[in-house]
Design a protein around this ligand. Structure first.
Ligand code: PLP
Ligand code: TYF
Length: 390
């Protein structure tokens, strides 16, 4: 039967990891896949994570099954970080642990399909390349609309207004809560307010993907748009990832939250999320969520984590400033937030930059700014100038 299969392309972002490793030039710079790197170019295990692992090693006395919801204490302890202390929708919130933000997106997509099979998913482009396939795999109709002009490095807000205004009641709007992947271009608070009004006027359901909280302007600031929307709407979904802000990537740590209209709907959402988890992965992997729970249960470990996260955030923003200062054509990078900025260039240019200059970025022209050192700014600008990109 397998002869019936067509080969499918590998994930080009993940393929960059191997290509970079195989390059033996000393000055190579990895701006590819979206993981944080420190000043040594290393993606370290955070101290708070090591401390929690040590604690788990000494105290965990069983590995027995937890159930499809995973570690519900983990799910509860994240809530004040994401939603703030005692949000007014606290009683209307359901949550479940998922394998990463990806698992949360997939589970959310299937929940939408179960609740409203004809709902369309509005997806502003460019976006994370996995978004559209995840929703399509759940057999949802994905409606893409372009909303960022890379030549201007700006949101074209009219496109957002037009897409949301022409959506049907109950359609779902995918929004990056902060640190937009792949552009680093987030809405202003004024634009978020307008989006909130559009969601209410046209009775649309926001699905907020929050995968980089704390890596833009800090934990509180990065959650502000999410909180504003959730305080206004009746229903919403939130796909949360701890894989970046706790540096847990391969442990696959995330959660799906749903804001429902009332307690009855919360119970229905919870039982459906559990049933969907069961047929997808039965139960989520425990270790990473247990680490996050241990950190959040301990004021000392939480304090260490927050300091480390702030340092990561400052380093990324320092790299942004260094590139912005190195060329006026890159000033926009200093105004954007999160790991990524996306240059406006032909796809072949990424290949040229890799081959001639050892600078690895996604074919789309996306750069992971955590992958550089401030001292690399000159080399990056020189390479971009040499190839006529600036
Ligand atoms: N959403 C966005 C925008 C991302 O960039 C990522 C990155 O991987 C994810 C979701 C998924 O995160 P995770 O690795 O936790 O599945
Ligand atoms: O966009 C990124 O680089 C991160 C990591 O299939 C990632 O979100 C990339 C591709 C992928 C899964 C995660």
């Amino acid at each position: 039967m397998f002869d019936q299969l067509n080969s499918r392309p590998a994930d080009s972002l993940l393929a960059l990891i191997k290509a970079f490793q195989a390059d033996d030039r000393p000055g190579k710079i990895d701006l590819g896949v979206g993981v944080y790197r420190d000043a040594m170019g290393h993606t370290p295990v955070m101290h708070a994570v090591k401390a929690a692992e040590q604690f788990l090693l000494e105290t965990q006395d069983s590995k027995k099954y937890l159930g499809p919801e995973g570690d519900l204490q983990f799910v509860r302890l994240l809530e004040p970080i994401i939603f703030g202390k005692s949000p007014k929708f606290a009683q209307r919130l359901a949550g479940i642990q998922t394998p990463g933000g990806s698992g949360a997106l997939r589970l959310g997509a299937e929940l939408i399909k179960a609740a409203n099979p004809s709902a369309k998913v509005l997806l502003g482009t460019p976006s994370w390349p996995n978004h559209a396939p995840i929703f399509a795999s759940a057999r949802l109709d994905v409606k893409e609309y372009a909303f960022i002009d890379l030549t201007l490095q700006q949101v074209t807000f009219e496109s957002v207004v037009s897409a949301l205004s022409s959506a049907g009641e109950g359609d779902v709007v995918l929004l990056h809560g902060c640190c937009h992947n792949p552009t680093g271009i987030d809405f202003t608070m004024e634009q978020w307010r307008e989006i909130t009004d559009l969601l209410l006027t046209h009775r649309l359901v926001p699905f907020i993907d929050l995968a980089y909280q704390g890596l833009g302007d800090g934990l509180e600031q990065d959650a502000a748009p999410t909180r504003m929307i959730l305080n206004a709407v009746d229903e919403a979904l939130i796909a949360y990832s701890c894989d970046k802000n706790f540096g847990l990537y391969r442990e696959r740590v995330g959660a799906l939250y749903v804001v429902a209209r009332n307690a009855d709907d919360v119970r229905k959402a919870e039982s459906n999320m559990a049933a969907l988890a069961r047929v997808n992965w039965s139960m989520p992997p425990d270790h990473g969520a247990a680490i996050v729970r241990c950190i959040l249960e301990s004021p000392e470990m939480t304090a260490i984590w927050r300091v480390e996260l702030d340092e990561m955030c400052e380093r990324v923003n320092g790299n942004r400033s260094a590139l912005a200062a190195a060329s006026p054509d890159l000033a926009f990078i200093g105004r954007q937030r999160g790991l990524f900025s996306n240059l406006s260039m032909a796809r072949e240019m990424a290949v040229v930059l890799r081959a001639r200059h050892g600078i690895y970025m996604a074919d789309s022209g996306r750069m992971n700014l955590a992958g550089m050192q401030p001292a690399d700014a000159g080399a990056i600008v020189a390479a971009l100038r040499a190839e006529g990109c600036l």
